[in-house]
Design a protein around this ligand. Structure first.
Ligand code: HEC
Ligand code: HEC
Ligand code: HEC
Length: 108
């Protein structure tokens, strides 16, 4: 990380904390910006899917197993995430592959 980048990250985290503190609905975070998500989710290991027949989407470090998935917003897949802090019950909710694929891809 460059110094400028670190400064930006520190600033945006500070902004987020102050926004949460004020509970301001006017200055909501941009949910379609992956950096918003990664402020909290960057250093968390990603588990493999519960169903062993499903292709894995994230590598354990949070990167993508398939290059075609890199360009999307996190919320193109995690469309249950509609607010920060998240609504109740988002934990363990499945991503609907059929939002983009015809049928659910499986391991060949
Ligand atoms: C301020 C910190 C914060 C930000 C920013 C944030 N999250 Fe979260 N997220 C959490 C916490 C804490 C949990 C676990 C508790 C909960 O369910 O609310 C969570 C849970 C989740 C889960 C469920 C994980 C599981 O175990 O099934 C997903 C998926 C997720 N977040 C995606 C996102 C996406 C996508 C974004 C960006 C739009 C985002 N988060 C932004 C803090 C954050
Ligand atoms: C192409 C769809 C897709 C995109 C894009 C995507 N995810 Fe996921 N994510 C999934 C699926 C599916 C899972 C369930 C585990 C798996 O299959 O790898 C998951 C799991 C997670 C979890 C839960 C990890 C755990 O082990 O409990 C978090 C947190 C998460 N993703 C965050 C993100 C963030 C942040 C982004 C954006 C940088 C993102 N995801 C982009 C499909 C996606
Ligand atoms: C936001 C859109 C989006 C979602 C949601 C999504 N994908 Fe994809 N995925 C793509 C695109 C685009 C490609 C590249 C073109 C193609 O293969 O259809 C791709 C390619 C793949 C590939 C590479 C092999 C192939 O079939 O081309 C696999 C495997 C895959 N996706 C699995 C999944 C799984 C499993 C899920 C659900 C957990 C999922 N995807 C959800 C957009 C998405």
């Amino acid at each position: 990380m460059t110094t400028a980048r670190k400064l930006l990250t520190a600033l945006s985290v500070a902004t987020l904390i102050s926004l949460l503190g004020m509970g301001s609905p006017l200055l909501a975070e941009d949910l379609s910006d992956n950096e918003t998500c990664l402020e909290c989710h960057a250093d968390e290991p990603r588990a493999a899917p519960d169903n062993p027949d499903m292709p894995r989407i994230h590598n354990e470090d949070g990167s993508f197993t398939v290059e075609d998935h890199e360009m999307w917003s996190c919320i193109d897949c995690h469309d249950m995430i509609t607010e920060i802090p998240h609504p109740e019950g988002v934990d363990g909710q499945a991503v609907n592959c059929e939002n983009c694929h015809e049928g659910t891809p499986t391991m060949e």
